[in-house]
Design a binder for this molecule. Structure first.
Ligand code: ADP
Ligand code: MG
Ligand code: MG
Length: 211
């Protein structure tokens, strides 16, 4: 059976923290083009703090773990992305209340709730050149592929494929939310930094996927 245990989720967060360091300057460069050149820096501050505190969270259930991840990002990350990723991870853990492992269906519920939290907090919809252009289509594809009874591994591939296409789709968009909005048409031609970071984050979930 396909189950995701605490070790999987701990591993995912550790890997995200490593990747954020690796891609910090790249993400900041993307933000320099249409924002205020701090996206990689913001995430690095947040995930360094998460890495530092993670050993204290070893005994928590999956919900408690992600609540701590989310609250740490919320309190440490400046800018728009802190509250957005903070909300994502706080809600992401909720379907795993009291659990030490989750089923694939529960993993889907986690992504679904996480994405809804980002939409609720930021009020962005698809087409506005934000991380929602990655997260919303990816989670919809997950649901569609599940209904088609694809194998978990294939579903994760479809999920990531859709996330990447979503990120790419932001290049041609005019920003309607966040700082990049001020640029109007001048935001066209640039990849949205939050779309890039959210794709990276989803890729880690898929790379570590045990099924
Ligand atoms: P700031 O813009 O405050 O400096 P960051 O640079 O860390 O914050 O994050 C910018 C990213 O946040 C954008 O690229 C975009 O993807 C995302 N973002 C900004 N506003 C919103 C929103 N209202 N809804 C969803 N995502 C948003
Ligand atoms: Mg910024
Ligand atoms: Mg900023």
């Amino acid at each position: 059976d396909c189950v995701m245990d605490k070790e999987y989720f701990f591993n995912v967060i550790e890997k995200i923290a490593e990747l954020v360091e690796e891609k910090r300057d790249y993400l900041t460069e993307l933000d320099a083009a249409i924002g205020d050149a701090d996206h990689g820096f913001n995430l690095s501050i947040g995930f360094r703090e998460v890495s530092k505190k993670m050993p204290e969270w070893k005994d928590k259930d999956i919900k408690g773990f992600f609540k701590s991840v989310g609250m740490t990002l919320l309190s440490k990350v400046g800018g728009a992305s802190g509250p957005l990723y903070g909300s994502f991870f706080m809600k992401f853990g909720e379907p795993a209340d009291g659990k030490e492992e989750v089923t694939f269906e529960e993993l889907f519920q986690m992504f679904k709730q996480g994405v809804e939290a980002v939409e609720f907090r930021g009020k962005a919809s698809v087409g506005e050149k934000t991380m929602v252009d990655v997260l919303r289509p990816a989670v919809d594809e997950f649901e569609k592929a599940m209904k088609e009874n694809l194998a978990p591994k294939e579903i994760m591939e479809a999920f990531i494929d859709t996330a990447r296409k979503g990120a790419e789709s932001t290049i041609d968009m005019i920003a309607k939310k966040g700082r990049a909005m001020r640029l109007g048409e001048r935001s066209i031609g640039h990849l949205d930094p939050g779309a890039a970071s959210s794709t990276m984050i989803l890729e880690v979930f898929a790379d570590c996927f045990p099924c």
